[in-house]
Write a protein that binds this ligand. Sequence first.
Ligand SMILES: NC(=O)c1ccc[n+]([C@@H]2O[C@H](COP(=O)([O-])OP(=O)(O)OC[C@H]3O[C@@H](n4cnc5c(N)ncnc54)[C@H](O)[C@@H]3O)[C@@H](O)[C@H]2O)c1
Length: 410
Amino acid sequence: MATVKFKDVSPYKKSQPLPPTQDYLYQKYLEDLALKKEIQHPKIKLALFGVGRAGAIHLSNIVNNPRVKLVYIVDDYESNWKNLKEYWHFEDVTFLNSKQADKVYNDSNVDAVIVATPTYTHEVIVRKALEGKKAVFCEKPIAEDNVSSLKCYDTARKVSKPLFCAFNRRFDPSYAAVKERVRSGEIGHVHVIKTVSRDSPLPSIDYLKISGGIFHDCMVHDFDTITWILGEYPVKLWFFGKRGVNVNFVSCNNFHANICPQVAAQAYAHIPEIKAIDDYDTVVVTLYFPSGTLGMVDVSRNSAYGYDQRLEVFGPKGMIVANNEQTNGVNSHNGVQGIISAPIWYSFASRFMNGYRRELDHFINVVLGKTEPSVLPKEILAVSKIATACEESVRTGKMVEINWAPNELL
Ligand SMILES: NC(=O)c1ccc[n+]([C@@H]2O[C@H](COP(=O)([O-])OP(=O)(O)OC[C@H]3O[C@@H](n4cnc5c(N)ncnc54)[C@H](O)[C@@H]3O)[C@@H](O)[C@H]2O)c1
């Protein structure tokens, strides 16, 4: 009886609260319910290059997106074509191998190309697709090095077609919310920013051999996340040590208020097969930014407990954290063993599923001219430049200086 005095009028007699804008899945549901976009726009015709680990994610998202129609699949794994056709009911999709790819570039019916092939193949596919007047969505990184990436962006500019680099973490709702809240000043000037990116499952050695190395393949995500949130780039990188036990220090003599952090990193190959291919499985980098912000990146190729992805930003007014997300929200209490909860997502395919869907939607909006690519060429080139500097330092054991022309900066 004590609470009966709080009894409220019927909710039918009151106005209902609006759904929170953060519930992006409900917002999408409302769009689907209202049949909005599909009526307004013709379907975008797509070709997908590469149906491996990343391509399979994009393929599923393409099939489930009413705004696109898949016209071609290009992949050299021809023995898989029959299974793909049957599984996805691809009676009207044309399958080609890479030697037949000109058919895609020359087909004026194709609006856009999604590139999810191994990194060393990107440059040729990206440039030919652009020259064929297609908009291009390319898996990260755009190319193996900055010279090649620059050529891709030059081609995009010359033919006036968008080239979008798929840094999927930017489209993850949690990471995007962290960025928005940091930029709104919620915690004030950032004192510390940390990322943890521990891969699961352990990638195959065949993949790692052609991955471009841990800096270009893995750590570009972290460099992108940090520079995207902070809006600053490192200027100089000092990298000491030899492979196996590397200690790398980066500092900056030409201190400039807006552009010059310092970086220190350590890298190690615990796994013999990874050491044998001249790569690393574990890297830690620290960054010092001119405004006083300190950054830390902690990367591993092999996390035994799932795909460990965390982001933490700390400032004078508080802390904003994107924690690991779990497969469900159930907790159990069995005897006196404490609280047992669900595992974290096992792999990028599950952890970032929503991010991959949202980046495809963003690309579709770019192709439709509704928005500009949110991942800018200079950001991609900057991240690639940082990764290349790390790589060169590991190889030579020498200090590497990163210099930025004014037009390279944010
Ligand atoms: N954003 C992410 O989370 C993420 C995750 C994994 C991979 N990637 C990126 O995706 C790309 C592919 O990586 P993956 O792990 O899917 O590789 P993968 O080896 O699993 O798949 C590559 C596929 O491309 C096909 N292929 C190879 N050469 C080709 C060519 N010239 N034309 C057409 N098809 C070709 C192969 O037959 C294979 O099916 C890489 O650039 C990688 O960096 C991004």
